[in-house]
Design a protein around this ligand. Sequence first.
Ligand code: NAP
Length: 248
Amino acid sequence: MTRVALVTGGSRGIGAACCRLLAARGYAVVVNYAGNEAAAQAVVAEIAGSGGRAVAVQGDVAVEADVLRMFAAADALGMLGALVNNAGVVDLPARVDEMSVERLNRMFSINIIGSFLPSREAIRRMSTKHGGKGGGIVNLSSAAATLGAPGQYVDYAASKGAIDSFTIGLARELAAEGIRVNAVRPGVIDTDIHASGGWPDRVAQVRDSLPMKREGTAEEVAQAITWLLSDEASYVTGAILNVSGGRG
Ligand code: NAP
């Protein structure tokens, strides 16, 4: 039976790179997106053009009904074997004493609950306790979890700190049920996320301060994620892998 991978936020950036690589490894892929249908369909078309299978599914990771819909789409494709909790957001630079409750609710809902809900659905399908055949979950943390992002977005950094704890706890909770749970902590990666944080030139501006004097690519992060999901990482669970070129 076809093994299925569900990638939240698979339409752009790191998520899109994960979709392409997982499809190349033989997974049928659910490409979740929030609003950019054209980008999601472009990823699906690229995968189909290379002989793979993928479907685009709109849905907000923080909304339970949407998450259930994404997993129904995965069930229609085959047997779930992998989940990448990739969808995540930043916000405009602000100090904590300037943050509205609306901002905090959005940040923590998407970045934290938006990883818990898909994980819950994946566990119900993959855990041997529920009759499943096992699988892998990879969470997207950030170098910000250890750096704190002062003056920029401490709320984002804290949401990724929660992802680190989530990864450790969930890995231990599921270790005897055939599911490995790991995280990657990307550094500065060349994607659209910096523009959405109000700092479109961030990569160019910080490049020289990075240990390798360059940013990372979405593909470099996706390679690490794909490895964590593969059998080559069969004794790796609860790991939080820096993919940051030495930053953080
Ligand atoms: P990105 O280029 O901004 O892409 C974000 C993706 O998430 C898009 O596919 C977007 O869908 C989707 N998305 C946003 N909100 C969503 C929601 N509520 N529900 C479902 N999907 C949603 O981001 P990225 O840079 O690839 O980042 C991916 C992950 O890596 C995030 O968790 C981020 O925190 C983490 N990370 C990134 C960096 C970096 O430097 N880029 C560094 C550390 C960690 P649409 O296309 O429909 O908008």
